[in-house]
Design a protein around this ligand. Structure first.
Ligand code: PEP
Ligand code: MN
Length: 263
């Protein structure tokens, strides 16, 4: 179902009038995690002003350590909904379990499946039954073929609203958090009709690399970006090193618009 043999023409996934996979770049931005009311409101207003169409923010955080901040769960979803009502932004959040899908369904416009759950087939089937658009991240150690097969688990349950997201894979290189597999963009475009966006933030792990990777992603043909932006990155409860300030994000939006024009 994800393959071009099934559907040769590119799919456009529409979320409340925003087209993903169409001519316009789609920008999703916001903090790694929802932390409190003021933080998410400030982030929402800033990313809206710079031209993002989606606000991202984790409420269920799949952290490497069980002792790290795990997210505000439903309280965080309520804050995201408040930010949506104030700005009109679409909301995207990660769901980490079938229970989280059930809770988040009421509050958000798009689900995100994180890299760690790329082959959590029970979760994928549950999302497939929900019909809500889903951003489906590649795992740090999944091949493109495994990733597209995993997408079949969502689509075979009836949910065709799948957007793929390359977020870096694990290699021997340690100067970045992951290695952005830029070739995944043209490879996916060759094999699949599904839109693909890039997450330069989790690929880089360091804020100074987010801009060049974003430009590379757009030049390679990505349909959009998902970028971590925090009103005060230094104080962030997760992924502090990679989140952009609202000022840097604004600069990035202007810069990538120039690339989008010439390709
Ligand atoms: C995230 O988007 O905050 C996240 C945890 O990303 P990934 O699943 O790509 O690590
Ligand atoms: Mn993060």
């Amino acid at each position: 179902l994800a393959g071009k043999t099934f559907k040769p023409e590119p799919s456009v996934i529409e979320v409340n009038g925003v087209k993903i996979g169409g001519k316009e770049l789609v920008i999703m931005a916001g903090p790694c995690a929802v932390e409190n009311h003021d933080q998410i409101m400030a982030a929402a207003l800033a990313v809206k002003k710079s031209g993002a169409q989606f606000l991202r923010g984790g409420a269920f955080k799949p952290r490497t350590s069980p002792y790290a901040f795990q997210g505000l769960e439903e309280e965080g979803l309520k804050l995201l909904k408040e930010a949506k009502d104030a700005t009109g932004l679409n909301i995207i959040t990660e769901v980490t379990s079938e229970k989280a899908v059930e809770i988040a369904d009421k509050y958000v416009d798009m689900f995100q499946v994180g890299a760690r759950n790329v082959q959590n087939f029970q979760l994928l089937r549950e999302i497939g039954r929900s019909k809500k658009p889903v951003l489906f991240k590649r795992g740090p150690a999944t091949t493109v073929d495994e990733w597209l097969n995993a997408a079949e688990y969502i689509m075979s349950e009836g949910n065709y609203n799948v957007v793929l997201c390359e977020r870096g894979i694990r290699t021997f290189e340690t100067s970045t958090r992951n290695t952005l597999d830029i070739s995944a963009v043209p490879v996916v475009k060759n094999l699949s009709h599904l839109p693909i966006i890039v997450d330069p933030s989790h690929a880089a792990g360091k804020s100074q690399y987010v801009l060049p990777l974003s430009k590379a992603a757009i030049a390679a043909g990505a349909d959009g970006l998902i970028i971590e932006v925090h009103p005060n990155p230094k104080s962030a409860l997760s992924d502090a090193a990679q989140q952009l300030t609202p000022e840097d994000f604004d600069y990035l939006c202007k810069d990538i618009a120039k690339i989008a024009e010439i390709i």
